[in-house]
Write a protein of this length. Structure first.
Lengths: 81, 140
């Protein structure tokens, strides 16, 4: 399946794009997405180990499963306030 | 009440909303763009957000604060885009019958906002360089 990952802040800058399309197995979870994302976009390397992911606007763990329709966002360490 | 805005923050209407005969204490916290950070000079900050999720997380913070403390009002407004020196990026207004709850809730809200809400700042330094701020060792 194909999923779209939204990128923000430093992740967007490193990747040079606002979102990135990733091809995954149908049984993929956030953990497998991390691996695939790094392979597809090595520039994200410095930030990815520190980033969280959100699925359908809730923070996810590496075990959270994904669907093609999931709204997925890569959340690098936040710095609001 | 939760709001994201690209306009300068106007605290007067927030305080007017919060002030009531039930609230013996009204607290205002402002996060302000600071000129000097560890010897470096900032010229301005830019803020970006994952807006739908940021609103949702801020609403959760408001609900948690109202559950933990007796609050008569809880307002959080975060500015996005460019925030020049001396201007506010975030305003938190807490009203409570007594001051201790207001201080405790205000401190918890800004601390937790900085840990949890998907908003990011980009430092524009006076030397012309810029960098996104992504704290990785508990320094926020």
């Amino acid at each position: 399946m194909k999923v779209v990952v939204q990128l923000f802040a430093g992740a967007r800058e490193l990747a040079g794009q606002q979102q990135i399309e990733v091809e995954l197995d149908a049984s993929a979870n956030v953990g497998t997405l991390r691996t695939a994302l790094l392979a597809q976009c090595p520039a994200l390397g410095p930030l990815l180990p520190h980033a969280l992911f959100a699925v359908d606007t809730d923070y996810a763990t590496d075990e959270t499963t994904l669907a093609e329709s999931s709204e997925i966002a890569c959340i690098p360490p936040v710095s609001g306030g | 009440m939760i709001k994201l805005t690209r306009e300068p923050l106007d605290t007067a209407p927030l305080l007017a909303t919060a002030q009531s005969p039930q609230a013996g204490a009204v607290l205002l916290f402002l996060g302000v763009t600071r000129q000097h950070t560890e010897g470096r000079e900032t010229s301005e900050l830019h803020y970006d957000a994952y807006e739908t999720m940021a609103v949702q997380e801020l609403s959760t913070l408001e609900a948690e604060a109202r559950q933990r403390w007796n609050l008569t009002e809880c307002l959080i407004v975060h500015r996005l885009g460019c925030v020049p020196l001396g201007e506010s990026s975030v305003a938190i207004v807490i009203a409570s019958p007594h001051r201790r709850a207001a201080f405790a809730a205000g401190e918890w809200l800004i601390d937790t906002l900085k840990e949890r809400v998907p908003i990011w700042k980009q430092e524009y330094w006076a030397d012309g360089t810029n960098a996104w701020v992504h704290p990785t060792e508990g320094k926020r």
